[in-house]
Design a protein around this ligand. Structure first.
Ligand code: DX5
Ligand code: ZN
Length: 219
């Protein structure tokens, strides 16, 4: 089975987003991952709605928006208006996660819940049935180009069990340090969606890299 690939815009060339989004449009990428950071939840600031709106105008792939901000529920309506396919919020940033998930659905988007590396998957026990996707951070959020945290492989196994036992349909997405070495291991561990920033955008042939990330492992 093919793996869903969501290249991360954070590693694109911000002086020429048009060229990088043209590449994404031509490629076999399934989604475009957009990292919104507020300098509070994470120690970095990336981009916000003016950039997302411009990207949406020229990108033909669905937008998978990853909010690394406090109180992301403040921006559910705005994210829906933008036309995002999915809104990913951090478990650690939402006091009333159940309400937030329902509000995202009411606005017509898929709801994703993201876990920091130190947050165990058991924290999702009481919401997993309502969630469309669980995004496991395999680096501490805030920056691209960091080293993959090895514990993620085992975490995928624990999350798969939780999904199966609860009868949930949630997909498993992994974000951070995804490259030629980690992607095959993540596929073997059972990942559904791979986010990849620097490995895709810094490559000589990014379209080929995206194709390889999406390809099934040889038997
Ligand atoms: C990190 C972001 C990631 C980042 C991944 O906080 O959520 O999406 O862009 O970058 P790489 O693939 O370079 O680790
Ligand atoms: Zn991300």
């Amino acid at each position: 089975m093919k793996t869903i690939v969501s290249p991360s815009l954070l590693a694109a060339d911000f002086t020429n987003l048009q060229a990088d989004i043209d590449m994404i449009n031509r490629s076999e990428a399934d989604w475009l991952h957009c990292d919104v950071m507020d300098g509070v939840f994470v120690p970095n600031i990336s981009f916000g709605f003016p950039v997302l709106e411009a990207v949406k105008r020229i990108c033909t792939k669905p937008l998978d928006v990853h909010f690394m901000i406090v109180k992301p529920e403040r921006y559910i309506t705005r994210t829906a208006k933008l036309g995002a396919m999915m809104m990913n919020v951090h478990y650690e940033a939402c006091t009333h996660l159940n309400r937030t998930i329902h509000e995202i659905h009411e606005e017509g988007m898929k709801a994703g819940v993201t876990l920091n590396p130190s947050t165990p998957v058991c924290m999702l026990e009481d919401c997993i049935q309502d969630v469309d996707i669980v995004l496991l951070m395999s680096v501490n959020p805030g920056f691209g180009g960091q080293k993959f945290i090895e514990n993620t492989y085992a975490k995928i196994g624990r999350l798969r069990k939780l999904i199966k036992d609860s009868g949930s349909q949630a997909l498993i997405e992994v974000d951070g340090g995804v490259n030629a070495e980690t992607a095959p291991k993540l596929k073997r561990a059972g990942v559904d969606v791979l986010v990849s920033g620097s490995y895709v955008f810094k490559a000589e042939e990014p379209e080929q890299v995206i194709k390889t990330l999406s390809s099934p492992l040889p038997p």
